[in-house]
Structures are given as structure tokens and as C-alpha cells.
Ligand binder design. Structure first.
Ligand code: ATR
Length: 278
């Protein structure tokens, strides 16, 4: 009889029913024929610290964290990775054997890994990038592009002051560009990233003029419902390279799965289909 404990992991947030993470981890547990379970747990704000403590006592290996707790969990962790500290938010907790809670942020990793999987020759260092939006997703993407040695990032946000706060935080390579000037500045960029929810089913499309984008510019979106957002469709028609946002969700799950279940899983086409059919 196998008496080894069965590894457990969770995703915590509120609401949580919509989360695709159980599908992703469930697919890998099955694919690699591992004993283990990954479950969604809804936690109220009042129960966040208690809930995490309970998971530790129950022997969970760790948890993903989603809206609205990504910032709050940083304050509950004992060890914070550099990238989580820089972003000010965490999406991956590991409950270590020494009893300490480690908080990491793998969103930026997922963003870069997705692009590299679809465009292997891509390098951030070839020229400026433009990032639209200044929320949590933008912070993770800015920090990942900076570590990939992007020379400059044009940061565009409807509320300019939020972009200016990020420029202050992330340093001189971030140049704030006014929403009204973004269309013209697109002529200079090698990459364009939408980090807002614009273009998502039920939301208005991103209303920026794309005509100045050069052929071959890499255009990517964090929105993945629909998979081909109006931004990606239009950029594709103009001869830009496009990468959809689903892969970011899949790749950000890799480091957590490896920490908790012991195998570095692969993001393959079958996994994409599994999640698309959810
Ligand atoms: P997240 O953490 O998921 O990135 P967020 O912090 O709410 O979410 O940030 C949402 C981003 O989308 C912001 O950059 C927001 O712009 P503002 O800072 O001006 O609010 C942007 N956004 C949302 N709706 C928008 C709209 N209708 N037009 C332009 N930008 C919008």
C-alpha cells in the first residue's frame, strides 16, 4: 500500500467559480499520472489569513491566488520573491517545509513564456514596446519586459496619473505617453501589449488608432475571451504578428505546479483545447 501523502493545492479568490486554474492543473495531474488534487476555494476577505493558515494545517503544498487577494497575500507571506516584491502582488504561494509561506508572482513569467512559445525568435531588446493600461496586469508585464532588457516602454493609460506612478516606480525606461498621442507613437514600437479588459466579450473594444503600426510588430493581448480580440484581428490584417492571451494564463501556472507536484509541466495544444472547451 502506498502511504505517501497525496499532494494538495488550491486556488483562492472571490469569486472563484469561474477560475480556469483547476482545469489547467487537473489536466496536468492526469497527463503525468500523478496522485494529487487541485481545488477552488472561495474565501471572504475576513477569512483570508485564517483560510491560508487552515490550508497549511491541512497539509496543502500551496495555492494560486486570484482577484481580489493578489496584493493582500504579499503581506501574509514570510518570503517574497524579488519579482513579487517589485510588482507588489503575488499569484503563487508555496507552503514550505520549514513552515514559511513563500509568495511569488508568475504572471510576468507567463506573459514572456507565451510569447516565446509562439514567436521563438522574439527578443524584447530589439526596440521600444508600448503597454496599454496601468493596473495589476500591467505591473507584472512591465516588470517582465524590463528584466528581458527592453530598451524603452511607452506606457499609455486613460488615467495618465496612474501611468506616471508606475513610471516613478519602475524607473527611467518607462516613458508615459498620452492616450491621445498613442496612435502616432505606435510607428516606433516593436511590440504592443493590451493589459486592460478592453476587447473582452461584453466590454468595448480598445479604441486606439492602429494605422501607424509597422508590419511585423508583435501585438499581444491579455484578454483571451474572445481568443481573437478586435485588437488582434485588426493588427493581423495589417501584417503584424499576433499572439493571443490564453497562453499567459497557461504558462503562469507552470512554476506553481512544479513546486507543488514535482514535475515541470508542458503547455501543449491539448491543454489549450481543454481550457477552451471549459
Ligand atoms: P487589472 O489589475 O486587472 O489590470 P485594474 O487595476 O482595474 O485591473 O486596471 C484596469 C486597467 O484598464 C486600467 O489601466 C484602466 O485604466 P484607468 O487607470 O484609467 O482606470 C484600464 N481601463 C479599464 N476600462 C477602460 C476604458 N473603458 N478605457 C480605457 N481604459 C480602461
Amino acid at each position: 500500500m502506498n502511504t505517501e501523502s497525496i499532494p494538495l493545492a488550491a486556488v483562492i479568490g472571490s469569486p472563484i467559480a469561474h477560475s480556469l486554474s483547476p482545469r489547467v492543473h487537473g489536466y496536468w495531474l492526469k497527463k503525468y499520472d500523478l496522485r494529487g488534487h487541485y481545488i477552488p476555494i472561495e474565501l471572504s476577505q475576513d477569512n483570508l489569513a485564517y483560510g491560508i493558515e487552515a490550508l497549511i494545517r491541512l497539509g496543502f503544498k500551496g495555492a494560486n491566488v486570484t482577484i481580489p487577494y493578489k496584493e493582500a497575500v504579499v503581506g501574509l507571506a514570510d518570503v517574497i520573491t524579488d519579482r513579487a516584491a517589485l510588482i507588489g502582488a503575488a499569484n503563487t504561494l508555496t507552503f514550505r517545509k520549514d513552515g514559511r509561506i513563500q509568495a511569488d508572482n508568475t504572471d510576468g513569467y507567463g506573459f514572456i513564456a507565451n510569447i516565446k512559445q509562439h514567436v521563438p525568435a522574439w527578443s524584447a531588446s530589439t526596440g521600444p514596446a508600448m503597454v496599454i493600461g496601468a493596473g495589476g496586469a500591467s505591473r507584472a508585464i512591465l516588470s517582465s519586459l524590463l528584466s528581458e532588457r527592453v530598451p524603452e516602454i511607452y506606457l499609455v493609460n486613460r488615467t495618465r496619473s496612474r501611468a506616471e506612478m508606475l513610471a516613478e516606480h519602475f524607473g527611467a525606461r518607462i516613458k508615459v505617453v498620452d492616450w491621445t498621442k498613442a496612435g502616432a507613437a505606435m510607428a516606433e514600437v516593436d511590440m504592443l501589449v493590451n493589459t486592460t479588459s478592453l476587447g473582452m466579450t461584453g466590454q468595448p473594444p480598445l479604441n486606439l488608432p492602429l494605422a501607424k503600426l509597422r508590419k511585423g510588430t508583435l501585438v499581444t493581448d491579455i484578454v483571451y475571451t474572445p481568443l481573437r480580440t478586435p485588437l488582434l484581428v485588426e493588427a493581423g490584417k495589417m501584417g503584424c504578428q499576433t499572439v493571443d492571451g490564453l497562453g499567459m494564463l497557461l504558462h503562469q501556472a507552470v512554476p506553481g505546479f512544479e513546486n507543488w507536484f514535482g514535475i515541470r509541466p508542458e503547455v501543449d495544444e491539448d491543454l489549450r483545447q481543454e481550457v477552451l472547451n471549459a
